[in-house]
Design a protein around this ligand. Sequence first.
Ligand code: NAP
Length: 285
Amino acid sequence: MDVMTLIDGKKVSAEIKEQVADEVGKLKKQTGKVPGLAVVLVGEDPASAVYVKNKNKTCEKMGFQSFSHTLSADTEEKVLLKLIADLNANPEVNGILVQLPLPDHINEHKVLEAIDPKKDVDGFHPVNVGTLTSGGNALAPCTPAGIIEMLDFYKIDIEGQHAVILGRSNLVGKPMASLLLKRHATVTICHSRTRDLPTVARSADILVAAIGKPGFVTPDMVKEGAVVIDVGINRVDGKLVGDVDFEQVAEKAAFITPVPGGVGPMTIAMLMKNTLSAFKKTNNL
Ligand code: NAP
């Protein structure tokens, strides 16, 4: 087999963040304004709190204005909806991110639908989902958008390739399919009811694993020379592992993403890129 290339998500993410920060600096000189990102956290989940802190830090480092709102776990839905309405109306806020999951007493759909689609930098609003699905230019969910950036960075052909996506979530699997279709791949989505998944996976030129099961993708599911993208983040004995049995699959793949250091770092870079896009669109830049 030819030599395998490790896709370095940290490197691609750093390059995107640098480009975005440069553009923010230029636009600040030109307009006196910078993009603003509001992050809303409900509850005290420690993992979510770490994500939110990191997002705020990244904002500051990259010259964005950052707005952080932490509400207690027993916050009423209407209080959260009022906060979102205020953020929708605030001209300094270009992106609104509500950290998921929300507590059980809050209707997640209702909250996500309350965000102004122009500020929906997570790309979860039905208007953006619909625009993306019909092939338009919408704010796209950050994780799958980041995967497209990685494929482009490594000059991996997408057009005409058979892409197989394992997982059909609204967060990853479905938007990944829309983005790959937009780039003219032939797309197959597999899920827990798929019959003979290994055979389908083995026909993939590009295999995206987003199911949340450690080591699920074994070498018998991978075609020699395939591109393997591992979205999974699983904790096993205190260690982060993906959905792909990395050591063994790396022997067959032409390109593969590691976990950690693959898809993970791309998500935040794309969040900043989406916020910059929303800022530019609102300000006709
Ligand atoms: P999810 O909402 O739990 O969806 C999992 C999907 O996998 C579902 O469509 C499910 O099928 C399918 N699935 C589960 N077990 C399966 C099996 N045995 N065979 C075939 N399909 C199976 O998960 P998600 O939010 O998409 O996330 C997936 C993974 O990516 C998780 O590990 C998550 O932590 C990670 N993730 C990483 C990032 C990042 O930044 N790197 C971002 C988001 C998510 P059904 O629909 O039939 O139930």
